[in-house]
Design a binder for this molecule. Structure first.
Ligand code: PAF
Length: 282
């Protein structure tokens, strides 16, 4: 039976026997509204650790848009039934006051990782992510923590945060889980109408197609082709498409510039902002 824990104190209490027995603890940080993508992270944690904690907390400090925060789907009950099926032992679902008894004034600098793509477009977002993820790491003290590669920039920034804070936790990046039509799973997908959901499948379609296009074309031409192809779908609007070095996240301008090249896109579909990425070289 899965146990829901609401406070840091109770979390310490339930995890103590595992720590004392030298057991390993896996943490899957989430904002709830769980789907098969989260389930794959939890399965991985369950298979690699003695105990798995899933945090389910919509973190206000990472939202720079009040409406986005208000509209973010919340469904703890449904989340718990999914987590029970995949074998997590604990759900940590704190209140905002529990995580932020006072305002968190810490400012992180992840230059150059946070100065590109989502960084300038969502001021304060990664600072908020670093605040909550570091708090979760202090509260759970996990051996390993699991994050999806869909949020590619977030994953790079969390690795950098762990390096800067000299934390012991091992960060495990897990592959994107996709629907049958290629659409990357995301909690935001449930905010799309049926027609928008169908339209949004073009995002991954053109990303995958671009791998083929890239074989005979320059990197800059490939980038432009993806932007033009997605924008040509009425109802979709590309915010950015950057082809970057997978480690530094800095844009590259030719296919020989790095041995790890990833294309990262953000697209608006109606009121919903969708992100996805594709590896060209790894
Ligand atoms: O990726 C997410 O769902 C969130 O950014 C995270 C890592 C749980 C922090 O709130």
């Amino acid at each position: 039976m899965i146990k829901v824990v609401n406070t840091k104190k109770e979390l310490q209490e339930v995890l103590l026997p595992y720590r004392e027995a030298g057991k390993t603890i896996g943490l899957v940080p989430t904002m709830g509204a769980l789907h098969e993508g989260h389930a794959s992270l939890v399965r991985r944690s369950v298979s690699e650790n003695d105990v798995t904690v899933v945090s389910d907390f919509v973190n206000p400090t990472q939202f720079n848009d009040k409406n986005d925060l208000m509209n973010y789907p919340r469904c703890l009950q449904a989340d718990c039934s999914l987590l029970e099926k995949v074998g997590a032992q604990f759900v940590f679902a704190p209140s905002v006051e529990e995580m932020y008894p006072e305002p968190d004034t810490r400012t992180f600098d992840f230059t150059p990782l946070d100065k590109v793509m989502e960084g300038p477009n969502r001021p304060g977002h990664f600072n908020g992510v670093a605040q909550i993820v570091s708090k979760l790491f202090y509260a759970v003290e996990p051996d390993r923590a699991y994050f999806g590669e869909k949020d590619f920039q977030q994953l790079a920034i969390i690795r950098e945060m762990v390096r800067q804070l000299d934390l012991k936790v091992q960060i495990v990046g897990c592959p994107i889980v996709r629907e049958e039509d290629g659409m990357a799973l995301s909690s935001r997908n449930m905010l799309l109408s049926k027609a928008e959901r169908k339209l949004a499948a073009n995002i991954s379609l053109y990303l995958f197609e671009s791998r083929r296009f890239a074989r005979r074309n320059t990197l800059l031409a490939t980038r432009q082709w993806v932007i033009d192809s997605i924008n040509a779908c009425q109802g979709l609007e590309v915010e950015y498409y950057e082809i970057v070095d997978g480690r530094t996240l800095q844009p590259v301008d030719n296919w020989d510039a790095s041995d790890y090249i990833v294309g990262c896109v953000t697209v608006h579909c109606g009121k919903v902002r969708l992100i996805d990425n594709i590896k060209y070289k790894e």
